[in-house]
Design a protein around this ligand. Structure first.
Ligand code: ZN
Ligand code: ZN
Length: 139
């Protein structure tokens, strides 16, 4: 009895343990609840996305958000140095007028640059957001 007092668990600890041990059951329960309450799920999803929109906007403009963005960009540069290098060379060429903006080669929409080979920065293909993602998924 004495020992327990030094190591007493709060109710939320118990709850967390229980959830950890019953992951499957919790998942099943949530799934069933969603099936029974589609309206609530939809409302919650809408509320959440509204909130996220505002939150993300505010967050991106806050000093903390800017810092996080910057760090993510740094990490990206470290992870894909050749990609970043190719893009910046191509951007410079665009600014210098050595290269022209293009439209998506698949659908003709507003496009972004895609490099088949980052060793050839000026060898650019133009693809819209969607088709660009598709090209990368195929690779
Ligand atoms: Zn396209
Ligand atoms: Zn690409």
């Amino acid at each position: 009895m004495e020992k327990r007092s030094t190591n007493r668990k709060s109710r939320s600890d118990y709850y967390r343990d229980w959830v950890a041990k019953n992951r499957e059951r919790v998942r099943e329960y949530k799934r069933e609840w969603k099936l029974r309450n589609p309206d609530k799920v939809k409302a919650a999803r809408e509320r959440n996305s509204q909130w996220m929109k505002g939150y993300l906007k505010e967050y991106a403009n806050s000093p903390e958000g800017k810092e996080v963005n910057k760090r993510a960009h740094e990490a990206y540069k470290q992870r894909f140095p050749d990609r970043v290098r190719a893009r910046s060379i191509a951007n410079n060429a665009l600014i210098a007028g050595e290269m022209e903006y293009g439209e998506c080669e698949v659908c003709g929409c507003k496009a972004e640059m895609h490099h088949d080979d980052y060793d050839f920065p000026l060898d650019v293909r133009w693809l819209c957001f969607q088709h660009h993602r598709e090209v990368h998924r195929e690779v």
